[in-house]
Write a protein that binds this ligand. Structure first.
Ligand SMILES: NC(=O)c1ccc[n+]([C@@H]2O[C@H](COP(=O)([O-])OP(=O)(O)OC[C@H]3O[C@@H](n4cnc5c(N)ncnc54)[C@H](OP(=O)(O)O)[C@@H]3O)[C@@H](O)[C@H]2O)c1
Length: 183
């Protein structure tokens, strides 16, 4: 059964987007498409769960097919599916899930086979952690201080989650941290 990896790239001071909602300072070519790091992530990922706002980062929802790094089934957690389904093909399909994160993760696990489900989006990552749906937390630390922006954590309900470090990788200027969540 697929494992579930909740993860984002975060500034050293804890933000996944800057005060204007931008993520440009949180990128490093060493972790981008074509890099060994991304090639390995793509290999291990069998399905993706996105929050609606992360899905909406692409101005054109048809962009995902052929352009998104993960050409796999995508499950978007939302209260309001779009009227028009984005373009999809035999690899990348869209499912808009309106009955919550647990349902999205269960559907993604079924689609991922023996590969991992990746959960992306600050809100949905926190929900996956709170509900103990994620087996691993992956945080890539960018060596920048954004000062303000969208925090990844800062949720009192995350207190009590027990993490065990399983990997520390240097990826270009980033430090990639992987933790297992205790049962
Ligand atoms: N640094 C990185 O690695 C990285 C990666 C991706 C994104 N980002 C940034 O992260 C931000 C997005 O994160 P976010 O926390 O704002 O949003 P998000 O987690 O991507 O999406 C949140 C939205 O998803 C829907 N949703 C979430 N949980 C739901 C539930 N249980 N049931 C139904 N719908 C639910 C709601 O939208 P509706 O009510 O509208 O349906 C909610 O407003 C963006 O600024 C993006 O640029 C950063």
């Amino acid at each position: 059964m697929a494992t579930v990896h909740a993860g984002m790239t975060m500034s050293l001071d804890g933000f996944v987007a800057d005060r204007h909602g931008g993520t440009a300072r949180l990128s490093d070519p060493a972790a981008a498409g074509g890099s060994g790091y991304m090639t390995e992530l793509i290999r291990e990922t069998g399905a993706v769960v996105l929050g609606r706002r992360t899905f909406a980062m692409a101005e054109d929802p048809d962009w995902f097919v052929d352009n998104y790094e993960f050409q796999v089934p995508i499950f978007v957690v939302t209260h309001r599916p779009p009227d028009v389904r984005p373009a999809q093909d035999e690899n990348l399909t869209f499912t808009f899930v309106t009955d919550g994160i647990a349902s999205a993760v269960a559907q993604a696990k079924a689609a991922a086979g023996d590969r991992a489900v990746k959960v992306i989006g600050a809100s949905v990552v926190r929900q996956a952690l709170r509900a103990r749906l994620a087996g691993e937390l992956h945080v890539d630390i960018a060596p920048v201080l954004l000062g303000a922006g969208l925090p990844l954590f800062g949720d009192p309900d995350l207190e009590g989650i027990v993490l065990r470090r399983i990997a520390v990788l240097e990826v270009g200027t980033f430090t990639s941290l992987r933790f297992a969540l205790a049962e």
